[in-house]
Design a binder for this molecule. Sequence first.
Ligand code: NAP
Ligand code: G4F
Length: 331
Amino acid sequence: MPTALITGITGQDGTYLAEHLLSLDYRVHGLIRGQANPKRQLIETLLPDVHIVEGDLLDQTSLINAIQRVEPDEIYNLAAVSFVPVSWNQPELTGEVTGLGVLRMLEAIRLVEGASASRPARNARIRFYQASSSEMFGKVAVTPQNEQTPFYPRSPYGVAKVYGHYITVNYRESYGIFACSGILFNHESPRRGPEFVTRKISRAAARIKLGKQKELVLGNLDARRDWGFAGDYVRAMHLMLQQPEPDDYVVGTGEAHQVREFIDLAFRHVGLNWQDYVRSDSQFSRPAEVDHLTADATKARQKLGWQPTVSFEELVQMMVEADLKAETGGR
Ligand code: NAP
Ligand code: G4F
C-alpha cells in the first residue's frame, strides 16, 4: 500500500486529492498546522480515513519529524497562502509560507534521504509534487501559456510561487530528488473558499435567489481565467508522480472566460438577470492585475494522458447547485 503525505489537507485541493488517493488504496496522511486548528474536525468528519500529522511550513523541524514519522512514498505540497489579495497585505508571510515553505519541504526530504551535493539521492524513495501556479505567468508574454512560457508574476503571491517552482527544479537538478512541479490554472469546486471570485459569485447567486442577500460587489469583471474543476486537477498531480522521470507540467482546460461570463451563467441558472444585482467597486481591484490566462496543456495531455471532464458551464452549475443546497440547509 503506497503512503502519501499531503500538506494543505484542509484546503480545497487537499480534500479532493485525499479522496482520490484513498480510492486508489493509498494510506493518506494530512499535515495540519496550529494548536487547535478549527478545520481539523472538518477533515476528521469528511475524511475519517486520513491520518492527521501536525506540522507547519514555517517550522523546518516539524516537517522533518512529519516525514520521519509517516515515511511517505509521495509528498504533495499543497499548503500555501493562496489568496492573491492577501499577499499584498502580508507579503512577508506569503514569501515565508508560499516560497520558503517549499524549500523547507525539500530540505526535509533531502535530510531524511541523506542526499548531499556529493551524494545525490540516486535511489530516492520519496516523490515530491509542488503546487505551482499559472499566476507565475502574470503579465503573459504569449497566449496560450505552456511549460516554455516566461514568468512575469504580478503579485507577491506570484513571486513566491516562482521561487517555489525554481527551488523545486533546482533540488531535482542538484540532488536528484524526484520533484515535479504542476503549473495549474484556476480550478474551482463547491469546496472553493468563499473569498475566491467563482465561489463568491455562486454563493451570491444562490443567496440572492433565496432572498438572503441583496447585491454582489466585485472588482474587475473583465479578467479572464482558464477555470476547471478541482476534482479533475488532482488526478493530474497524482499522474505526474507516476512517471518514470520527474518533470513539470501545465494543467488547464485551454478555454478562458471573463468573470462576467461566470456571473451571467450563475445568475441565469437561478433565473435572474445579473445586471440587476451586481456592481463593480474598486475596493476589490488589485494593485497589479493578471488580465488573461489560458493554458496550453498539450504536454499533460500527451504524456500523462490527462484531460478535464467538467466543462465551464457544468462547473458553474455544479457550484450554484451546491450553494443553493447549502443555503437551504441541505449540506
Ligand atoms: P487553499 O484552499 O487556500 O488551501 C491552502 C492550504 O494551505 C490550507 O490547507 C491551509 O491550512 C494550508 N496552509 C496555509 N499556511 C500553512 C502553513 N504555514 N503550514 C501548513 N499549512 C498551511 O488552496 P487550494 O485552492 O487548495 O490550492 C492548493 C495549492 O495549489 C496552493 O498551494 C495554491 O497556491 C495552489 N494553486 C491553486 C490553484 C487553484 O486554482 N485552486 C491554482 C494553482 C495553484 P489552514 O486550513 O490551516 O489555513
Ligand atoms: O478567484 P480569484 O481570487 O483567483 P486568482 O487571483 O486567479 O488566484 C487563484 O488562481 C491562481 C491560479 O492562477 C492560484 F494560484 C491562486 O492560489 C488562486 O487559487 O480571482 C480571479 C479573477 C482576478 O482577476 C480578480 O481580479 O477575478 C477577479 N475578481 C473580480 N472581482 C475578483 C473579484 N476576485 C476576487 N477574489 N474577488 C472579487 O470580488
